[in-house]
Design a protein around this ligand. Structure first.
Ligand SMILES: [Zn+2]
Length: 301
């Protein structure tokens, strides 16, 4: 099943050198979630050939402009395209005021239900559960309240062993896949372990932008398959990172190493860097399985 993330925008604060502000599209078995929505996200989605109306939920981390100024434009386009499906928006409580004010002054009555859900930056706090994923909050440390998100697939059903398939009548297959033992017509009980294999463990993705170095996150990021962590600066600007509540590439890699994640994806690059090679090298010296986010690139989770 598909579980992947496309980084639509990877820049910090100011757009520069073909970079766009933060936005990502997560695809969980053809259900689409937009994470942050910086200016230009609509154009980025178009370039990725994504139909806006397939996006069912939008999650906003915080209310700095480079993470949400594209939201009203996108909502407005969905309205103009005649969307009727509900849209769920998760974000800081004040975001609702921003949306309501803009709709009111333009006298727009959306054709679709916009369901707003306030989030709070509390580690492990439930955000939502649907038929694909469980999403919990991450308490990021930034100048204003900022919530990260951890997506975890639901556990897959157990897999029937091919050599035992003949033993399990069709109508009992779902029960056996769900972990039940099989009771034969003569009353014999066949333990589930003899009939099934363990499924692949559920995959997980965590989004941490923007944040100062925050070791308190480590237990909540433990063993995620892919961790996106901001790396605005290199260590040479550690003081600047501290005063602006951002992270260096080394700090992002330290979090990845401590949390024993499988892979680290860096993003939110300062526009001062012409290339991000320095950020990558610095992170890899601490955590080798590190990748750089790129505009429009898709990463399997
Ligand atoms: Zn910010």
């Amino acid at each position: 099943m598909r579980f992947e993330v496309t980084t639509l925008g990877t820049g910090a604060a100011l757009p520069a050198r073909g970079r766009f502000p933060s936005a990502q599209l997560l695809n969980a078995n053809e259900r689409l979630y937009l994470i942050d929505c910086g200016e230009g996200t609509q154009e980025r989605l178009r370039q990725a050939e994504v139909n806006f109306n397939r996006i069912g939920r939008i999650l906003i981390s915080h209310l700095h402009g480079d993470h949400y100024l594209g939201l009203m434009g996108l909502i407005s386009s969905m309205h103009l395209q005649g969307r009727t499906e509900p849209l769920d928006v998760h974000g800081p409580a004040e975001l609702k005021e921003v949306i309501d004010l803009q709709l009111r002054v333009s006298r727009t009555w959306l054709r679709f239900p916009l369901r707003f859900h306030a989030v709070a930056p509390v580690n492990g706090g439930p955000v939502f559960t649907d038929d694909r994923v469980d999403v919990t909050a991450l308490a990021l440390k930034h100048r204003i309240p900022t919530t990260g998100y951890r997506f975890t697939e639901h556990p897959a059903p157990r897999k029937l062993r091919l050599d035992k398939l003949g033993l399990v009548p069709h109508y009992l297959r779902n029960a056996v896949k769900a972990g039940e033992d099989l009771v034969l017509p003569d009353g014999t009980r066949v333990p589930n372990a003899e009939l099934t294999h363990d499924p692949l463990p559920p995959r997980s993705y965590a989004y941490c932008s923007d944040t100062a170095f925050t070791p308190e996150l480590v237990p909540f990021l433990a063993e995620v398959d892919l961790l996106y962590h901001e790396a605005t600066f290199t260590d040479a600007l550690a003081a600047r990172a501290k005063e602006t509540f951002h992270s260096t590439a080394r700090q992002a890699a330290t979090i990845a190493r401590e949390a024993r994640v499988k892979r680290l994806l860096l993003g939110h690059f300062s526009s001062r860097y012409k290339t991000n090679d320095g950020l990558l090298a610095e992170a890899r010296s601490v955590f080798p399985d590190t990748l750089l986010a790129e505009e429009g690139r898709t990463f399997a989770i």
